[in-house]
Design a protein around this ligand. Structure first.
Ligand code: ADP
Length: 443
């Protein structure tokens, strides 16, 4: 084989490597092979994974497809070539045992056949089969080596493209799967979001209905309860005649329970109003010391009964502030009352005021050296209807709403409430409310 032919084969092989898809590659290989050896027709078969032969390309010298390629080629030549991994040259096909029975020889006057295995990494992946009647007459021995060299080059390119196509197919499949999964996920998220916002809207509506219901019911309960309390008081004042000691005791009990019920209803009404966003604050100029003293006076009797010392520590930088006086009093009385309630006899309860000019905040601290609150319970305490289970709590009637209401009043004003407490040592509630110092009176 001359140098020129070898270089031509290598150049063609280099060009083949640029084709990235299998069928166009096989077509180019076929045409090049036909031209290389001057064959009339050619076929490329590839081995399938299951070992069967697959006719991938069949071409005439001029490039047109050969019809019914399957019938025209000797399978035994192909199988032998692939199995033995050896090229085969049959110069005189007519006289070969492979062909003398076949139409291709008798009718098509087939003269000569070359079959070369496509070998890569020691494995035959298929074969190139070329045949001749007339183009250049019979093949010669020297036609075989160029075809073998070309086939070896072609086999590598075919394998690369096959692996590449396989890889691309797998990537495409995985990408499709991922896209499907993503689409499914997006759809689920959308469905879930829709369901959640519907549920949310229902909850908001239900909460609103609950608040309205509570406000209405509380209001309706107050009217007959006031009548009961008024009549009880009238009976106690003996307006309807004398009472036996037992009747008086029973009336006292009715009166006490009635007032407790009224307190409860008032708290429920208050909380329902606040939750419904109907808390109206009457913000005015408030003399803080006066309000604190008034609050202390309101709980003084309760403290005296338990021989509890009430201490008041005032910060003179605080004269006035802009707030709702009634609500401030409600906060202080509630906290002081709780402090007294949950402090054993002979204990101490205090109110301390601190003006924080830099933060424009007035801090109200109510402390006691009573039973204290455990850390777990501290987390629950500002929720409605929480009454911690201690013997002092059970001894003292309460609604479990006071702190929940205080927290909401404080929040509405943009203030904050916090708590420090240790069991058996006492509690310290801190309420910080906006001072609005610039709007307050100067010292
Ligand atoms: P109540 O009307 O029952 O006092 P609150 O909301 O005011 O309702 O208080 C809730 C619960 O928090 C009380 O029942 C009590 O268990 C606990 N608590 C409140 N203040 C104190 C305190 N100063 N010391 C100990 N426990 C307290």
């Amino acid at each position: 084989m001359n140098q020129e032919l070898l270089e031509h084969i290598l150049e063609v092989s280099r060009q083949l490597a640029e084709t990235r898809t299998l069928i166009p590659l096989l077509e180019r290989i076929m045409v090049e092979a036909l031209h290389l050896v001057g064959a009339e027709r050619g076929y490329i078969v590839l081995m399938q994974i299951d070992g069967t032969l697959d006719f991938r390309v069949a071409r005439h010298y001029n490039g047109t497809p050969v019809l019914d390629a399957d019938d025209q080629v000797s399978r035994s030549v192909l199988i032998q070539t692939i199995e033995k991994r050896q090229p085969l040259l049959l110069r005189d096909a007519m006289n070969e045992a492979y062909f003398n029975q076949q139409n291709s020889v008798t009718f098509l006057k087939l003269r000569s056949v070359m079959c070369v295995p496509l070998i890569t990494r020691g494995k035959a992946i298929g074969a190139i089969y070329v045949e001749n009647r007339a183009v250049r007459g019979r093949f010669r021995e020297e036609d075989l080596p160029p075809l073998v060299i070309f086939s070896n080059q072609a086999a590598v390119t075919i394998e690369n493209v096959t692996l590449n196509e396989d890889l691309e197919a797998r990537i495409a499949e995985r990408t499709r799967e991922l896209e499907d999964e993503r689409a499914l996920l997006t759809q689920r998220v959308a469905e879930r979001t829709l369901a959640l916002s519907a549920a949310n809207a229902e909850l908001v509506h239900a909460a609103h209905l609950k608040d309205e219901f509570l406000a209405t019911v509380s209001h309706e309960l107050r009217t007959p309860l006031t009548a009961i309390l008024n009549l009880t008081e009238a009976l106690q004042l003996k307006i309807y005649g004398e009472l036996s000691p037992k009747q008086e005791k029973a009336l006292q009990s009715i009166h006490k329970s009635g007032y407790h019920l009224l307190a409860l209803i008032n708290d429920v009404l208050d909380l329902a109003k606040i939750e419904a966003g109907a808390l109206e604050l009457a913000i005015n100029l408030v003399f803080v010391k006066t309000t604190c003293q008034a609050s202390l006076e309101l709980v003084q009797e309760h403290a005296t009964k338990k021989r509890i010392q009430l201490l008041f520590e005032y910060d003179d930088t605080v004269t006035t502030m802009m707030t709702d006086e009634r609500r401030l009093k409600q906060i202080l009385v509630n906290l002081l009352d709780n402090a007294i309630k949950f402090t054993p006899e002979d204990g101490q309860v205090g109110l301390k005021i601190v003006g924080e000019a830099a933060a424009d905040r007035v801090c109200f601290i109510v402390w006691d050296n009573g039973i204290g609150i455990s850390p777990e319970e501290q987390r629950l305490i500002f929720q409605p209807f929480v009454q911690l289970d201690s013997s002092l709590t059970r001894k003292n009637s309460g609604t479990g709403l006071g702190l929940a209401i205080i927290k909401r009043i404080v929040d509405t004003q943009g203030g904050e409430i916090s708590l420090e407490s240790k069991l058996d040592q006492g509690s310290r509630f801190m309420v910080g409310l906006p001072w609005h110092k610039t709007l307050s009176l100067p010292l």
